[in-house]
Design a protein around this ligand. Structure first.
Ligand SMILES: Cc1ncc(COP(=O)(O)O)c(C=O)c1O
Length: 386
């Protein structure tokens, strides 16, 4: 399985990533395997993508079945079965319709278009600490000025307001201008911050009053990551639009925009499209991923393992660790100083974790991780932090 990759060379790849560590050549369960055979326990999981771990039998079987059909791509001009079945599966949990695309940013860009068409308004409200993607509208709604500045002007009419500030939200969300309010129910890149249920309920009410679409960006926190199928289930608040991506395609690029019936009714053929979105190959795999994650026993396991992980991280809250926060298998450790050296030190000990902003260590392992691997990783992390 380990193929020699001696001719690999990073220099021909555009230098927009600061790639670190060894050359990975294989994966198995919750471990990535380097060229020299060293196994790394992976608390990153492709940044919350590889929910079912590496070399998953579920994904392997689905890929083989998808290939057996002979269909990798069929244009969205025609009907194919896997996408229709996947849409039906997702709309068992979200009342409305699904549009498939290829990434998280693309899902949010589409969501903004749908909200504009439905509301007949233009503006978007987003929150401090948000991350919604790197395209011109999703980047405008992303609270990372250093990511935005070199590419301005971005989409106009996007305001970023303080998270949890009701007075600011009252002022920003208006009947005249606001098409959409976008929020991650648990912020990811911005530091792993679960948003209070009361604030989400307040936004729901404010959007109803203002005739604005409430968009939940569940690209990172959705699909079982927090121990429920949608992260928003913890709050009981139902958005008008929900965007999904990362784990949806089992590692294949795929995003989805779930829209309420009312918003769906405002859209017509020609309003939006993508060549690849929801093709039969990716949709066959995604259907198995979604069915696996939606199983109540699977979700109960995520919650139980999340409690174990949370209690191990909670016990680290002293010295340089200011706070452990998270839900399910999505956790952040806020440090008193910068997190990058800890990430590097953990990697030296063959544990992969990542940052979420300058001071937070983010932990998003495969949802299938074993209790033993949680214990093992937490022990390494505690030693590194000491
Ligand atoms: C919450 C959230 N939204 C959107 C995105 C963008 O997704 P993609 O990188 O697939 O475009 C991300 C990526 O990290 C994310 O975490």
């Amino acid at each position: 399985m380990l193929s020699p990759a001696t001719s690999a060379d990073v220099s021909a790849l555009l230098g927009v990533y600061a790639r670190v560590g060894p050359l990975f050549v294989a994966g198995d369960g919750s471990e990535l395997i380097a060229e020299d055979g060293t196994r790394y326990l992976d608390f990153v999981a492709g940044i919350a993508v590889n929910a079912l771990g590496y070399n998953s039998a579920v994904i392997r079987d689905a890929v083989v079945r998808a290939l057996d059909s002979g269909l990798i791509h069929v244009s969205n001009l025609y009907r194919t079965e896997p996408g229709e079945r996947l849409a039906a599966e997702l709309t068992r949990s979200f009342s409305g319709q699904a549009f498939f695309c290829n990434s998280g940013a693309e899902a949010n860009e589409g969501a903004f278009k749908f909200a504009r068409k439905w509301s007949k308004k233009t503006d978007i409200v987003a929150f401090a600490g948000s991350f919604h993607g790197r395209l011109f509208a999703s980047l405008a709604a992303t609270d990372r000025p250093d990511y935005r500045r070199p590419f301005e002007p971005l989409l106009a009419g996007v305001q970023i307001i303080p998270l949890g500030d009701r007075a600011a939200a009252e002022r920003a969300i208006t009947r005249d201008r606001t098409a959409a309010v976008i929020i991650e129910p648990v912020q990811g890149e911005g530091g792993v911050r679960p948003v209070a249920a009361e604030f989400l309920a307040f936004l729901r009410q404010r959007c109803n009053e203002a005739g604005a679409a409430l968009i939940f960006d569940e690209v990172q926190c959705g699909l079982g990551r927090t121990g429920t199928f949608f992260a928003s289930e913890h709050s009981g608040v139902v958005p008008d639009i929900c965007t999904l991506a990362k784990p949806l395609g089992g590692g294949l690029p795929m995003g989805a925009i779930l829209v309420s019936d009312a918003i769906a009714a405002s859209l017509a053929p020609g309003d939006h499209a993508t060549t690849f979105g929801g093709g039969p190959f990716v949709a066959t795999v995604a259907l198995e991923v979604v069915r696996t994650i939606a199983d109540p026993d699977f979700l109960a396991e995520v919650r139980a393992k999340g409690e174990l992980l949370g209690s191990r991280l909670g016990a680290m809250m002293r010295g340089r660790v200011k706070q452990a926060r998270g839900r399910g298998l999505m956790w952040g450790l806020e440090l008193n100083d910068v997190a990058a050296p800890i990430v590097a030190a953990a990697r030296e000990r063959h544990l992969l974790v990542l940052t979420a902003g300058p001071n937070v260590i983010r932990i998003v392992p495969p949802l299938t991780i074993s209790r033993d691997d949680i214990e093992r990783g937490a022990t390494i992390l505690a030693e590194v932090l000491n």
